[in-house]
Write a protein that binds this ligand. Structure first.
Ligand code: SF4
Ligand code: SF4
Length: 430
């Protein structure tokens, strides 16, 4: 089986893998973040008092690297408020009161679209990287260097998360149609879909549905198998240079949900305002895979899934996976295009150990998939020597969390590297 060097094997905990995708309940009030993507925030095109339909544009792109936002319900715009985001910041949200009529609008479905029409539709529909990165997909589809290979990331290597797996099994045809559209948009003849070996049903379904030009690649189950550079290496043996992009080695990587949403946007004219999401962990009774409308608050998701589990059981809420996701201090944050999962973990399901002194065991170094020296990097950060951290290559850290996970002293390594990267950016250190 194909893979990359280093990495680790956290318990998979895919306890929702057999739960079919079902529609999630919809709240009375929804909050649509204007920053649901990397890049410039979207600009509102509606005002308080306007009525909107499901699938109606409510905020247009704020630039080339940006994406528009669509309402996921019909109702009335109540205004704009600033709310916390899942990543710890704040941004403006358009507030829509749901009328529960679900009057729909959308884009015109395209039949046999050209390459240019696909890229334009992906841009218009607000499609972004749905594995969590939320980079606008139309930008990826317009590479400034020649590419010959599309790789679809269906590894889903983060513990607990199973929504991509359900899409692969339940919506195989739409996923494959999306892959073919993305290939056409890029003008490439070859695509690979990388799936971890712990998803045999998905591998079988894809193998039956894919044409010859799309190869299903069985990947070793190992974290972070779905990281862009590690996936490219596993599938093609090409190495993305430090500080480089996949297109530097002729590749574009897109998430499986992005392919699925592309198919729906092009063939059905459906903009992106709903996504598959896993809700899991011992803090909620109704774990599962849900089709969730963007704008739904985390508190609403909790309220509807907690069931009979006492509130005090939940010790930590994570948006995303336990390795790369973000702990939530405030459940007013809302589901966006990038929300792949919400985990409500009990105290037994995460490590409560206080950090102790580094014991120089070298595990962090042996496991780092980017071949960095996490131990030395942390020491540089503690000494506030950000020049040294930069020289040790902290910019190449992809914050995968492997080092923190394997560290027996439970050093807060990733947190230190996030701080270092932010400080280096702010101070303009080379
Ligand atoms: S978080 Fe950064 S330093 Fe730690 S293992 Fe991942 S890439 Fe390496
Ligand atoms: S894994 Fe932890 S204890 Fe071991 S060398 Fe790295 S930082 Fe130190």
């Amino acid at each position: 089986m194909k893979t990359f060097r280093h990495g680790t094997h956290p318990p998979a905990n895919k306890i929702t893998e057999d739960r079919q995708l079902v529609d999630f309940e919809v709240p009375e009030i929804l909050y649509f973040a204007l920053s649901q993507h990397i890049g410039a925030p979207a600009k509102p095109v509606v005002a308080a008092g306007d009525t909107v339909k499901e699938g109606q544009l409510i905020a247009e792109s704020g630039g080339f690297v940006s994406a528009p936002v669509y309402s996921s319900v019909s109702g009335t715009v109540k205004g704009i408020v600033s709310l916390p985001t899942a990543t710890g910041g704040k941004c403006d949200h358009i507030v829509v009161e749901n009328d529960f009529k679900y009057e729909k609008t959308g884009l015109t479905p395209l039949e046999n679209p050209s390459k240019e029409e696909i890229v334009a539709r992906v841009k218009e529909a607000g499609i972004v990287g749905m594995g969590g990165a939320t980079f606008p997909t139309h930008v990826k589809l317009s590479p400034s260097k020649p590419v010959d290979t599309l790789i679809i990331n269906a590894a889903e290597c983060e513990p607990y998360i199973t929504c991509d797996y359900r899409l692969l099994v339940e919506c195989t045809d739409e996923v494959v149609k999306g892959v073919l559209l993305l290939m056409k948009a890029l003008g490439v003849d070859k695509a690979y879909i990388g799936v971890e070996s712990n998803k045999p049903l998905a591998i079988k379904a894809l193998a039956e549905a894919c044409p010859e030009s799309v190869e299903v690649v069985k990947l070793k189950t190992k974290y972070p198998q779905g990281a862009e550079k590690q996936l490219i290496y596993a599938v093609t043996h090409r190495k993305v240079p430090a500080g480089g992009l996949p297109m530097d080695v002729g590749c574009v990587v897109d998430n499986v949900h992005t392919a699925y949403s592309t198919a729906r946007a092009v063939l059905l004219g459906e903009p992106l305002y709903m996504r598959a999401m896993t809700v899991s962990g011992g803090g909620v009774e109704h774990i599962g895979n849900y089709r969730v409308r963007t704008g739904t608050t985390y508190s609403f998701v909790y309220e509807k899934t907690r069931g009979s589990v006492p509130e005090e059981e939940t010790g930590k809420v994570i948006s995303g996976g336990p390795m790369m996701g973000f702990s939530q201090a405030d459940l007013r944050a809302c589901c966006t295009k990038g929300t792949s999962s919400l985990l409500f973990l009990t105290r037994k399901q995460f490590n409560m150990m206080e950090p102790t002194q580094c014991i120089n065991c070298g595990r962090c170094i042996r496991n780092c998939p980017m071949f960095l020296l996490p131990r030395d990097l942390e020491r540089a950060v503690i000494a506030k020597d950000f020049e040294k951290a930069a020289a040790l290559g902290v910019a190449n850290c992809m914050e995968c969390g492997v080092c923190s996970y394997v560290c027996p002293a439970k050093r807060p390594l990733v947190q230190a590297f996030r701080l270092a990267k932010k400080t280096i950016r702010e101070r303009g250190i080379k």
